[in-house]
Design a protein around this ligand. Structure first.
Ligand SMILES: Cc1ncc(COP(=O)(O)O)c(CNc2cccc(C(=O)O)c2)c1O
Length: 413
C-alpha cells in the first residue's frame, strides 16, 4: 500500500521510521518544483537556493527536458551495454564535441564518475607511464569532496565521512588546496605520481574559490611533470560558475574531466568521464562499466539538458547575476554583525556567518530564511551556500537578496 502524504509531519515521521538516518534535512517537505521555485506539502512557496547541490541548474521540471524524458521513456529506456542502441553513439559524440574531448565513458552518479576517473588514471599510469603496478599515487586536495564511496572517502580528511568505514583504499596523498608550491614539492619528492584530482572550486568545503591563476598553474605543473590534471566539475560545471566549466575561466583543459549533477538537469542520474584517446584507450572491453551507464533515457535527457544550458545562455546569466548577488550581500557584510564575508563565482556563492564553526547560528538563519520563503542550507558549520537555479531572473535575485537582508537584519541569536 502506498501512503499518500497530506501533511509535512506525516512525511517526516515515515522517513524517521522507515529510512536510514543518513541525512539531517531542514524541516521542510517539498511536493512540487518549477523553475526557481518549490512548494511544500502545505502549499507554501519557496525560492530554491540550493538547486540540489547544483544538479538543477536548468530549473525544476524544465519543460523541454521533461518532454524528452517522457518521449524516450515511452520508446526505449535501457538495453544494457550487452547490445548497442541508437542513442549512445550520438550521445557520446554530442558530449565529446560539447566539451572538446576525443571520448566519453558514461556512468550514473558523481561518485561513480570519480571512481571511474581514478581507475582510468591508474591504468594509464601503469600501462602508459610505466609506473610499477599497484604503486601509483594520486594527489588530492585537503578538504576535498568527491563523493561517498569507500575509495573516495579513503582520501577525505572529514572524519565524519570516513570514520569506521575502513580499511581504506591506499594510493592517495593530500596537499593543501590552492597551493601550487605544495603540488610541485610532492611531484619533486615522490615517484609514481599518476595525477592530481581536484575541484576547480571546493564546493562542500564551503565554496572555496582558489587564487586567480591556480588552475592554469596546476595545468602547467602537471604537464611539466607528465602527470594527469583531473578536474572534478560535478558541482562547478554546467554553467554554475558563469562559464560552461569552471576551468574555462582560466582557459585550461584538464586531461580528464568528470561531470555529473546538472548534466541531466536534475531529471535522471547521469555522470561522465571525458578524456582524449591517449588516456581513454587504456580501457578495453570488460574492464569497466555499469548496468545503467549511458542508457538511452539518461543520454537523451542529458543532451536536451545541455542544449538548454546554451540556448538559454545560463552561463552568461550566472556570471551577471552572481556579480549582482555578491554586490548586494557585500552591503550586508558591511552592516551586519552576523555576516563575515561573501565569496563565490557565478551563482555558486557562500556567506560565512560570524560565529564559531560549531555554532547553530548558520542553521538557525537557514530556518529563518525558510520561514521567509527561501531554502538554503549550511555546507559546514558557519557557512551558508547560496546557489539558485541558473534560470533565475534579475528581479528574482533582488527579491531573494531582500529576503536574505530582511532575515539577517531581524535575526536574534
Ligand atoms: C565535487 C563533487 N564530486 C562528486 C560528488 C558526488 O556526486 P554524487 O552525489 O552524485 O555521487 C559531489 C556531490 N556533491 C554533494 C554535495 C552535497 C551533498 C551531497 C550528497 O551526497 O547528498 C553531494 C560533488 O559536489
Amino acid at each position: 500500500m502506498i501512503e499518500s502524504i497530506t501533511s509535512s509531519k506525516q512525511a517526516i515521521d515515515l522517513e524517521n521510521k522507515y529510512g536510514a538516518h543518513n541525512y539531517h534535512p531542514l524541516p521542510v517537505v517539498l511536493s512540487k518544483g518549477e523553475g526557481v521555485y518549490m512548494w511544500d506539502v502545505e502549499g507554501k512557496k519557496y525560492y530554491d537556493f540550493l538547486s540540489s547541490y547544483s544538479a538543477v541548474n536548468q530549473g525544476h521540471c524544465h519543460p523541454r527536458i521533461m518532454e524528452t524524458l517522457v518521449e524516450q521513456a515511452g520508446t526505449l529506456t535501457l538495453t544494457s551495454r550487452a547490445f548497442h542502441n541508437d542513442v549512445l553513439g550520438p550521445f557520446e559524440k554530442f558530449l565529446s564535441e560539447y566539451f572538446g574531448y576525443d571520448k566519453v565513458l558514461p556512468m550514473n552518479t558523481g561518485a561513480e564518475g570519480v571512481e571511474t576517473a581514478i581507475k582510468i588514471a591508474r591504468k594509464w599510469g601503469y600501462e602508459k607511464k610505466g609506473i610499477p603496478e599497484n604503486q601509483g599515487t594520486i594527489i588530492v586536495a585537503e578538504n576535498n569532496f568527491h563523493g561517498r564511496t569507500t575509495t573516495v572517502i579513503s582520501f577525505s580528511n572529514d572524519e565524519n565521512a570516513r570514520k569506521n568505514f575502513g580499511p581504506y583504499t591506499p594510493g592517495f596523498i593530500s596537499i593543501p588546496y590552492d597551493d601550487t608550491e605544495a603540488l610541485e614539492e610532492v611531484l619533486k619528492t615522490h615517484d609514481n605520481i599518476i595525477g592530481y584530482l581536484v575541484e576547480p572550486i571546493q564546493g562542500e568545503a564551503g565554496v572555496y574559490v582558489p587564487k586567480d591563476g591556480y588552475l592554469k598553474e596546476v595545468s602547467r605543473i602537471c604537464k611539466k611533470h607528465g602527470v594527469l590534471f583531473i578536474a572534478d566539475e560535478i558541482q562547478t560545471g554546467i554553467a554554475r560558475t558563469g562559464k560552461i566549466l569552471a576551468c574555462d575561466h582560466e582557459e585550461v583543459k584538464p586531461d580528464m574531466l568528470i561531470l555529473g549533477k546538472a548534466i541531466s538537469g536534475g531529471f535522471y542520474p547521469v555522470s561522465a568521464v571525458l578524456a582524449d584517446d591517449k588516456i581513454m584507450e587504456v580501457i578495453l572491453p570488460g574492464q569497466h562499466g555499469s548496468t545503467f551507464g549511458g542508457n538511452p533515457l539518461g543520454a537523451k535527457v542529458a543532451m536536451t539538458a545541455l542544449n538548454v544550458v546554451k540556448d538559454e545562455r545560463l552561463a552568461e546569466n550566472a556570471e551577471k547575476l552572481g556579480e549582482l548577488f555578491r554586490a548586494r550581500i557585500q552591503k550586508l557584510v558591511d552592516k551586519s554583525p552576523f555576516v563575515k564575508l561573501v565569496r563565490g563565482k557565478g551563482l555558486l556563492n557562500a556567506v560565512v556567518i560570524n560565529d564559531s564553526e560549531d555554532s547553530e547560528t548558520a542553521w538557525n538563519i537557514c530556518l529563518a530564511l525558510k520561514e521567509n520563503g527561501l531554502l538554503a542550507k549550511p555546507t559546514h558549520g558557519n557557512i551558508i551556500r547560496f546557489a539558485p537555479p541558473l534560470v533565475i531572473t534579475e528581479e528574482q535575485i533582488h527579491e531573494c537578496c531582500d529576503i536574505i537582508e530582511k532575515t539577517i537584519s531581524e535575526f536574534k541569536h
